[in-house]
Design a protein around this ligand. Structure first.
Ligand code: ATP
Length: 247
């Protein structure tokens, strides 16, 4: 069941409006969220994760509208989130931090501990399970964050720039993971990386200046460019046609 956002407006304190009356229903499967720096992608992800409260509008998942304490708790239980910044929890080892994430989402300690091993295996970090999370590299910390977003078996997982700082082999492992999991879990993934979109995603959303410029299937998106454009350049070309370049 996908996330539904209706009429959301949001501004940071004393700032200009970032989102104005934005409405979008995400499709099941994996959706890639593209857009230039400052387009509002992280803000939209923060709202979809209920970490940011919109000035107007509502977010929902299936029959749950995230309004009021118990509905928000229920919504959060069903949604996983990798924020743009992942921070190590002081004193915790990698597996403990992933389990802690599951416990915060309402799992029992035992279930969270058991699930943490599976989540670490998905991001190929089992061998780092006993390392202190404060001692991880930037890319490893990012993968720990992905494991935390996956640990509680959410229905929808929001990943904000999950491949930023990952080496090419880990990026390719991440794409495989998405392709494997998206029949069971819906993903919304914000990224600047347009390589191999067709193999990893079913849908594309392009956000620009806080507005949805485009929403469609990956086939429609890539089909927007002339037939002569090479496979590797198709996504970039389709994207460039839609967004306004910063002056
Ligand atoms: N904490 C904040 N306080 C004030 N303004 C903010 C804050 N975070 C973001 N903004 C502003 O909100 C707008 C949208 O930012 P956001 O981070 O959502 O964009 P983005 O599409 O995720 O960008 P990027 O691709 O660079 O990560 C920008 O104009 C940004 O300057």
């Amino acid at each position: 069941m996908p996330i539904n956002i209706s009429n959301c407006s949001f501004s940071y304190r004393r700032g200009l409006p970032v989102l104005q009356q934005l409405s979008i229903s995400f499709e099941p499967g994996a959706t890639v969220l593209l857009g230039p720096n400052g387009a509002g992608k992280s803000t939209l992800m923060g709202i979809a994760a209920t970490a940011l409260k919109p000035k107007t509008g509502e977010i929902g998942l299936g029959t749950v509208t995230a309004v009021g304490r118990s509905a928000v708790r229920e919504y959060r239980r069903r949604v996983g989130w990798l924020p743009q910044q992942v921070r190590p929890v002081a004193g915790l080892r990698v597996r403990e931090q992933v389990a802690y994430g599951g416990w915060l989402k309402g799992m029992s300690r035992g279930a969270a501990w058991d699930a943490s091993a599976g989540a670490l295996a998905k991001v190929r970090m089992s061998q780092l399970a006993d390392r202190r999370s404060a001692e991880l590299s930037g890319g490893q910390l990012r993968r720990l964050g992905i494991a935390q977003a996956l640990v509680h078996d959410a229905e929808v997982v929001l990943l904000d720039e999950p491949t930023a700082g990952l080496d090419p082999s880990q990026r390719s492992a991440f794409r495989k993971l998405l392709a494997e999991l998206q029949d069971a879990v819906s993903f919304i993934v914000s990224t600047h990386q347009t390589e191999d979109l067709a193999a990893s995603y079913r849908s594309v959303v392009v956000l620009d200046q806080g507005r949805v410029r485009y929403q469609g299937s990956i086939g429609e998106f890539l089909g927007r460019v002339p037939a002569g454009v090479s496979e590797e350049r198709r996504a970039e070309a389709a994207y460039s046609e839609l967004v306004v370049e910063e002056a």
